[in-house]
Design a protein around this ligand. Structure first.
Ligand code: SAH
Length: 351
């Protein structure tokens, strides 16, 4: 017997073709599509405006895969972390981050990560697969529901800063964003979505060519190759000069300022030459800088630099009129902060 196909892997046009092939009117496709995406149907029986025999036929040919929030943890600062189980049993994490004015969903794009940034806990997870568009979308829906039930407010922002490298799962991430922003989906504004990349110059250029309406962030952490090579091996193939060119291209195409994510570590990138290199970088590309707090994950090779060093960065950037914001960590007590997503609970359960 043919294995039933996940209907959520089909595009609207594919579903239209399906209905035409079984002599059903084309408008059925739109009905089904809205059930799947807008109304979050998990079962064909919920699709009450379809004739019963059609529902039965679809049940025999398709499945509706859905994520399940296995475990939800709440931090003392209000941050919520979901452990999300996928149809094949794998687990990713996503995070809800509330502030006075926003509720942000931080979502994953891959199971584990194939990069090996030395300071990131996700990098230690070996196994890896790309998430499907529906698995990305469902994380947003889960957080949107939690925003309403725990905070009585809607989700306002989405950041692709969970597990994985979004630009290594390029097509699925773009398709998910399409669904998140389309009126048949969640209808969110793309301006409130940020995709964060480790810095793949080729993919940044490719993305710029698609005329994207969402924002881009880049995890820079050092503007010196000799330092960045050591802490983020991807820099060996994507050196700083290439990143600058790719970001210039991005700005030229999109007119949207890139946000640089930057952690300052003791004895790694806290010296005057490090600050000077970032200043040179920012003089060449329109950016904003987020100076983020380090969340220790290990044995102490990386340590948060003194606050004075962070302040020195901020001052130097302000002098050249670059907005530099110092960000505090959220959700540290439940391992939900940047770089801490590592399915720890699942690993403990397995042990
Ligand atoms: N792969 C993408 C998406 C992950 S975003 C990217 O690299 O941008 C996760 C962010 O947290 C990145 O900016 C990453 O560099 C940062 N990060 C990783 N480990 C961290 C840690 N231990 N403390 C603080 N930030 C960390």
């Amino acid at each position: 017997m043919k294995e039933a196909q996940d209907i959520r892997a089909l595009r609207l046009e594919d579903i239209q073709d399906y209905f035409l092939s079984i002599d059903e009117p084309k408008f059925r496709a739109k009905q089904v599509y809205e059930w799947l995406w807008k109304k979050g149907a998990q079962d064909f029986d919920q699709m009450t405006n379809l004739p019963l025999n059609l529902r039965e036929k679809m049940k025999s040919e398709f499945v509706i895969n859905h994520i399940r929030v296995d475990e939800m943890q709440r931090s003392e600062d209000g941050t919520i972390k979901n452990a999300v189980r996928l149809y094949d049993g794998k687990v990713v994490e996503s995070v809800l981050i509330p502030t006075d004015t926003r509720i942000t969903a931080c979502i994953s794009s891959q199971v584990g990560c194939s990069l090996d940034c030395n300071f990131c806990a996700t990098a230690r997870l070996k196994r890896m697969r790309n998430l499907n568009p529906d698995e990305i979308y469902d994380q947003v829906v889960a957080i949107q529901n939690e925003a309403q039930s725990f905070y009585g407010r809607p989700l306002t922002n989405i950041v692709f800063m969970g597990m994985g490298e979004p630009l290594m799962n390029y097509n699925n991430v773009l398709e998910a964003i399409d669904k998140i922003t389309s009126p048949e989906g969640l209808g969110m504004s793309p301006k409130r979505i940020t995709v964060s990349t480790v810095g793949l110059s080729k993919m940044i250029r490719k993305l710029a060519d698609e005329d994207p309406k969402f924002k881009l962030a880049l995890s820079l952490h050092s503007a010196r190759d000799e330092v960045r090579d050591r802490i983020m091996s991807i820099n060996l193939k994507n050196p700083v000069a290439d990143l600058i060119q790719a970001l210039q291209y991005w700005y030229q195409k999109t007119k949207s300022r890139v946000t640089l994510e930057y952690v300052v570590w003791k004895n790694i990138n806290d010296g005057p030459e490090d600050i000077a290199a970032l200043v040179r970088f920012c003089k060449q590309v329109p950016t904003k800088v987020n100076l983020i707090e380090y969340n220790p994950i290990d044995d102490g090779e990386f340590q948060q630099a003194d606050f004075a060093a962070v302040k020195a960065y901020q001052r130097a950037l302000q002098e050249i009129n670059v907005v530099a914001t110092v960000r505090r960590s959220r959700g540290k007590d439940i391992d939900a902060a940047c770089g801490q997503l590592a399915n720890k609970n699942e690993l403990l359960n397995e042990a």
